[in-house]
Design a protein around this ligand. Structure first.
Ligand SMILES: Cc1cc2nc3c(=O)[nH]c(=O)nc-3n(C[C@H](O)[C@H](O)[C@H](O)COP(=O)(O)OP(=O)(O)OC[C@H]3O[C@@H](n4cnc5c(N)ncnc54)[C@H](O)[C@@H]3O)c2cc1C
Length: 391
């Protein structure tokens, strides 16, 4: 297997690095403190066509694969953005991928060109207060009335809805138990925003304050049946197609963020003198950084392997296995690297001006969302090792 970049991929990475340098750590620190949306950064990556990498050419995209998106994601984070670019880029892509795979021609023509250009964003609303890890437990319900659906319910932690033009909403169209299969009776709706019947309140949170995450209330929302994305009742199966790409891209973002934190720590360890020696002289500082570097390199190969398998055989078991394993090892390696990078800075690691504390907060999210590390282990235990399901 050869994961060296092609000339075109290298050019994309170079461009991503230049953008990441332009919108460097200071930019993201200020945005985080001001809780401000990084509109100018997102516009710039939109202008470069990064949101259109996986979209078909007829809708303004470049028809490229997940590998290209993953290397761009890693470079945007590593080159100066830390976690900041990861969520914005990911959210810009998720709606795009879902519509590409499950939309009808009308939906594709309506949404994809603007989404590929980064001019329209789509928020994703699955989680509810009682349905995070156990997403089949959602209660939000869409009742059919003539040619409309009337939707009622609530969602939890829905990120960036205030800056989105569309919402990919996951709702029940059958009560639990009414459907033949466990995952049946759940449907996807693609809804233009804003809507009077959809209101939201931001949830004050630990990091990633550039993007607000919201409690969402849906009160008698009436939408035409043409808003259905894919088949009624088969929404959960449709979602599966975007879950693997999402895991791979989160893994790429985690690695890029950790590599950035590590590179700052290495510079600091070379230049910070304590007891008349650079702290990087001491093996207590040097070895953890060296070990973190080696683990990030290994994890990055696993991400490239998963991206390449998903490009070659999307939806196959082997590509799903690889995506889950890559997400798990990348996030573990990234958290370990982020921990030692912050420790290298001593007390300064706590100061906002050195950025380590922000990257540390951001790395924690990759552990939790979109899928917790425990759930990736459950997947690997059951589907790769063949162990019995425990829940
Ligand atoms: C900043 C942020 C942004 C988010 N953005 C979005 C968004 O835009 N759209 C959206 O739909 N959701 C979003 N989420 C929600 C996110 O996907 C969920 O928080 C996540 O899936 C975990 O669900 P939960 O918080 O309900 O945890 P719970 O389901 O309550 O789980 C709690 C803990 O128990 C563990 N656990 C549960 N069951 C098992 C088991 N069987 N085996 C082992 N461990 C188990 C979990 O791994 C977890 O550690 C976001 C979350 C955050 C924090």
């Amino acid at each position: 297997m050869d994961f060296s970049l092609t000339e075109d991929q290298q050019m994309m990475v170079n461009t991503a690095e230049q953008i990441a340098e332009k919108f460097g750590p200071e930019y993201w620190r200020e945005k985080d403190e001001a809780e401000e949306y990084p509109a100018d950064f997102l516009e710039e990556i939109g202008n470069q066509g990064f949101f259109g990498l996986p979209a078909p050419e007829q809708f303004g995209g470049l028809n490229l694969g997940l590998t290209e998106v993953a290397v761009v994601m890693e470079a945007l984070c590593r080159g100066g953005g830390g976690g900041g670019p990861a969520l914005g880029y990911l959210f810009g892509l998720l709606g795009n991928l879902s519509i590409q795979h499950h939309g009808n021609e009308q939906q594709k023509a309506h949404y994809l060109p603007d989404m590929a250009a980064g001019k329209k964003m789509c928020a994703f609303a699955l989680s509810e207060p009682d349905a995070g890890t156990n997403s089949l437990n959602i209660k939000t319900f869409a009742r059919k009335e003539g040619s409309n659906y009337i939707i009622n319910g609530g969602k939890w932690f829905i990120t960036n809805i205030q800056n989105c033009h569309a919402l990919l909403l996951v709702a029940r169209t059958e009560k639990p138990g009414e459907s033949k299969s466990r995952a049946g009776g759940i449907s996807l709706f693609l809804i233009d925003l804003p809507q009077e019947a959809i209101t939201y309140t931001p949830i004050p949170k630990h990091g990633f304050n550039y993007y607000k995450s919201n409690q969402v209330f849906i009160d008698d929302l009436s939408v035409d049946e043409s808003c259905l994305l894919g088949q009624e009742g088969k929404g959960f199966q449709s979602l599966m197609g975007t879950l693997n790409p999402e895991r791979i891209l989160v893994a790429a973002g985690a690695i890029g963020t950790a590599r950035l934190a590590l590179s700052h720590a290495v510079e600091y360890a070379k230049n910070r003198n304590v007891f008349n020696a650079a702290i990087g002289t001491h093996q207590g500082i040097q070895h953890p950084l060296a070990a973190a570097h080696a683990k990030l390199e290994a994890a990055w190969l696993s991400v490239l392997n998963a991206a390449s398998l998903n490009d070659k055989e999307p939806g196959s078991k082997v590509s799903g296995d690889a995506a889950n394993m890559a997400k798990y090892v990348a996030v573990e390696a990234a958290i370990e690297a982020g921990y030692h990078a912050m420790q290298t800075f001593g007390g300064s690691g706590f100061a906002r001006e050195f950025h380590q504390e922000r990257w540390w907060r951001e790395l924690q999210l990759f552990r939790l969302a979109p899928l917790t590390q425990q759930m990736t282990l459950n997947y690997i235990g059951e589907h790769v090792l063949g162990l019995p399901k425990s829940y």
